[in-house]
Design a protein. Structure first.
Length: 171
């Protein structure tokens, strides 16, 4: 296992649509392990493959509290198959958009279908933080960032800020 560098806004790779995982190989298992290690090190509660430069439909999540035992989830080819009509706001952040947080309104509950590392197809219903996290990470697989759910003004401000920071870093 190894900690991988994060892809940071305005990197265009964050807008790529990720490809299906396909056959579950040793490389897929290693990628999942690297993603978990990277997510825990960051620290974060979710990570999509594209956030470490791997455009494949794999997501890692762990919403356990700091003093609880870790409860890592690895989802291969996840898709939302149902969303509640009820919505709720949640303050979101993103490892690829460091130190920026904003309230996003999303469906309160979702049902997600995915494959496990054992190849089993599972459907899981979620609410609260887990539902928000699932939607956020699956958005990443489709080239969507949480800032895309904000007003154009707020989104443009964030993009400009990160573009300037990237320019400074490159100089």
């Amino acid at each position: 296992m190894s900690i991988r560098p994060l892809v940071i806004l305005p990197d265009a790779r964050l807008r790529e649509i990720s490809a299906p995982v396909g056959t579950i190989t040793g490389d897929v298992r290693k990628l999942a392990a690297d993603m978990l290690e990277t997510m825990y090190d960051a620290p974060g509660v979710g990570l999509a493959g594209i956030q470490i430069g791997e455009p494949v439909r794999i997501v890692t999540i762990d919403t356990s509290k700091e003093k609880e035992d870790r409860k890592p989830l690895v989802l291969l080819d996840p898709e939302i198959v149902w969303s509640s009509e009820e919505t709720r706001p949640y303050e979101e952040g993103c490892l690829s958009i460091p130190d920026y947080y904003a309230e996003v309104i999303r469906p309160d509950r979702v049902r997600v279908r995915f494959r496990t590392l054992d190849g089993e197809t599972v459907e899981q219903e979620a609410d609260g933080l887990l539902a928000t996290c699932l939607q956020h990470e699956i958005d990443h697989l489709n080239g969507v960032l949480f800032i895309d759910h904000l007003s154009k003004l707020k989104r443009d401000r964030v993009m400009k800020k990160f573009a300037k920071a990237a320019k400074r870093e490159a100089a």
